[in-house]
Write a protein that binds this ligand. Sequence first.
Ligand code: FAD
Ligand code: N01
Length: 537
Amino acid sequence: MKDSGKARRNFDVAIVGAGFSGLYLIYRLRRLGFTVRAFETASDIGGTWYWNRYPGARCDVESMQYSYSFDEDLQQEWNWSERFATQPEILSYAQHVAQRFDLKRDVELDTTIESAVYDEAAPSWTLTTDKGEAVSARFCVMATGCLSAARDPEIKGAETFGGEVYRTGNWPHRPVDLAGKRVGVIGTGSSAIQAIPEIAKTAGHLLVFQRTPNFSVPAKNAALSPDYVASWKDDYPALRKRAREETRSGTIYEFATKSAHAATEEEREAEYQRRWDKGGANFMHAYNDLVVDEAANRTAAEFVHRKIREIVKDARTADLLSPKDYPIFTKRICVDTDYYATFNRPNVTLVDIRTDPIDAITPGGIRTAGGHYDLDVLIYATGFDAMTGALNRIDIRGRGGRDLRSKWAHGPRAYLGLMSAGFPNLFMVTGPGSPSVLSNVITSIEQHVEFITDCIAHMREQARAEIEPDAAAEDAWVAHVGEVAAGTLLTKAASWYMGANIPGKPRVFMPYVGGVDRYRRTCNEIVAKGYEGFVFA
Ligand code: FAD
Ligand code: N01
């Protein structure tokens, strides 16, 4: 451990991360009278919306819903300009919240937490920063994000590339000029699907290196009308309550109550078309069995295949862009603006690296089995070590010096996705086993933060020093998360939900498919029963 010689500091609660989770934690804990300090790698707050500033980056949950609900004045005073907010607008919203509640004074920026070690005698956590400073706190909350550990793929020769290199998950803060350049994008996930149409507008030539095609639906983004904004603001408390308590996704969509099999082919076509025209992820709620019944699912997948064939003029490119080896909605649905149509541009080429794999990155571009592609710019849109990546990058040691990485070597284990047995007083926001990435994440963040901060306040009232999950309760929750996922089609895709995008990562379905409504009820019942499944000391 490096030693800065600075006096060791002590807080009631240490928070790692200053995205939407970390900011709300500071707000709640401070109001409850706790001393708190958040540590953030980035040079400013905002998390996801600080790092992912690639061209075209925006939200795919409608802006009237992708925002905090905890303060009525806040949600009334903030004005979103578009149906799906852009990254700069979401970042300025985060800045507005931080300023309004004076949150930044408790955030230490440009500071990465490298380790967190539990001292059973104290009891407290000692966090060590990359500057060699040690900070101690009775409680530690990991607000490190589910999609914050961006990754480069391991491709031979990557370090030899002589041109410019960018990553969607860590895009530069200065303007990037791609005008007239030969640009290569590796990856065709949500980030690439948003970025590609924008990059194509300026690049001299854009080569898209695709291994697995993704299903995408049009955003049909537009400026928000005053009437639509008023329809939300006039009824915000009730609508937020509905999203929280009556939806699986924490977002209000048009939820169907009937099976795809209950409709005729013509009715299905009309319904899919209506939702396609309206835009957004609402498409996936056309029938109530699309993620549980393969035949029902195929009707939606085939509709999107037909759309791709209609939009993309070159039949071979259309075929390559059509996912065929996993059901639709089993990877996160992408929401785009002109993605498929972009492949009609003369300056855009799709390279199928499934049949013509990348052999190496060279000083001048990418060499595949079939040839060499000359590039001035290489962009990695290759995703994240999701859900566990940011936690595993920290050396976390709990009771008896046991480390979390070893405990999770065969897959993450956490009770409610909030705490892991053997790691007392260490909480996680949107941890594995919580609905997190399957929901409007801000809805989930608010629920977790309220649970965690209420629990810490409860411990103060009850003069309790320690909390951790009972191992049997944790085992039962992990089994439940697996069972619910197995009852859907979601385990049928090699997705990042399953850890399948990271070589060597255990194939375990990580988020909780049961829904935010059911999850919230479960958490409330657990609290009502005196924090059932948790052990206090
Ligand atoms: P983050 O925003 O990821 O913040 C975590 C912070 O922790 C980061 O700033 C990171 O630097 C910091 N950190 C991590 N480890 C350490 C460490 N060891 N030391 C110090 N700091 C550390 N969700 C939706 O619901 N709807 C959407 O439309 C949507 N769009 C998205 C688009 C993109 C491009 C991405 C990547 C994610 C999207 N998400 C979306 C998910 C998004 O991550 C969440 O909505 C939300 O912003 C997460 O907030 P957070 O504070 O929990 O985590
Ligand atoms: O990452 P991804 P992302 N060689 O993992 C490819 C949220 N998000 O950043 O599928 C070649 O989805 C990989 O190919 P394959 C959202 O939750 C939301 O795009 O592994 N290719 C894939 O095509 C989303 O799901 C929005 O075969 C390689 C791509 O890289 C999540 O973040 C916007 C490779 C990675 O796709 C992650 O999205 C953006 C290799 N070695 C993000 N390794 C919204 O719209 C990886 N790939 C709200």
